[in-house]
Design a protein around this ligand. Structure first.
Ligand SMILES: [Zn+2]
Length: 121
């Protein structure tokens, strides 16, 4: 819990890191490698006042240091001013007992931008 708070503080706020963003909605479908691979569907709403921490925890037991990090995806979208991106992301965790493709998410990220203000003119 305390570690999570430290990571959030280090990440900074969305408004600081991505000042042009007014909101982000991430729809995620979690899959894991079992007979019934669909694990769960989750929607995350991110606001300018949210922490810019887009790393989601891996839900698979025994996964160490894993996670599904959308930070690079979102940073690239903001840089190119893209509104929607769909994709798939594998868990970055390593484990002796789990295969490398033990978990992944399919995501759709939608970013709303603030109206271009005089800052850019
Ligand atoms: Zn994992």
């Amino acid at each position: 819990m305390e570690l999570k708070k430290q990571i959030n503080v280090a990440a900074g706020l969305v408004s600081d890191r991505f000042p042009s963003v007014s909101g982000i909605v991430i729809q995620m479908t979690y899959y894991h490698k079992t007979a019934s691979p669909l694990l769960m569907v989750r929607t995350v709403n991110i606001f300018p006042t949210s922490y810019a921490n887009f790393k989601m925890d891996c839900m698979v037991k025994g996964c160490k240091g894993g996670g599904l990090d959308l930070t690079a995806v979102i940073a690239d979208m903001v840089k190119t001013h893209k509104k929607i991106r769909n994709g798939s992301l594998p868990c970055c965790g390593t484990s002796d007992i789990l295969s490398i493709d033990h978990a992944r998410i399919e995501y759709e990220t939608v970013i709303r931008y603030k109206r271009v203000s005089k800052i850019y003119s």
